[in-house]
Structure formats: structure tokens, C-alpha cells
Write a protein that binds this ligand. Structure first.
Ligand SMILES: [Zn+2]
Length: 87
């Protein structure tokens, strides 16, 4: 099950930088600079998704940025999203 977390402004800026490196594009206008919406969905394995939205065309389509566990950790999502169950 995925867990949601709000992104701080700093995390949003980092997410935007990762997005530029990965280059997700808007499915509607092709813009390569969608911006993070401010919410991350984390998965038990440590990876995370961040919902992005295109400001160029204000498309209703959501672009999802997929983060590896390392990237999610670098973004500071690690501790907030640790799986609740203990071994
Ligand atoms: Zn667009």
C-alpha cells in the first residue's frame, strides 16, 4: 500500500531538479518542465512517485515522476515514509 506525504518547498525544488534530469514530458503539449504538485506517494520498498502537473498548458493530465529508493531518500522522504510494521 502506498503512503502519502506532503513535500516541503525544498523537497519540491529537489524534485523539480530530479524531474529535469529524468525528463518526463507532458502528454498533451510535450513540455519537459512539469512541476511537482506537492504530494509524494511512497511504496514499501522505498521507491516513491511524485505527481507532476504541466503549467505550460495546464493540462489535466498528471505526469508521474518515479523515484528510486535512493532518490526518495535523497529527497528526505525516507524517514517520513518508513513502513510502519516492525520485523
Ligand atoms: Zn502541457
Amino acid at each position: 500500500m502506498a503512503k502519502k506525504a506532503r513535500l516541503s518547498d525544498r523537497q519540491k525544488r529537489r524534485a523539480a531538479r530530479i524531474a529535469r534530469e529524468k525528463g518526463p514530458t507532458c502528454p498533451d503539449c510535450g513540455s519537459s518542465e512539469p512541476v511537482p504538485e506537492g504530494e509524494a506517494r511512497a511504496h514499501p520498498g522505498g521507491s516513491a512517485n511524485i505527481a507532476m502537473r504541466c503549467l505550460t498548458c495546464e493540462s489535466a493530465s498528471e505526469v508521474t515522476l518515479v523515484l528510486s529508493p535512493e532518490e526518495a531518500k535523497a529527497l528526505g522522504l525516507g524517514h517520513a515514509l518508513r513502513a510502519p510494521e516492525a520485523p
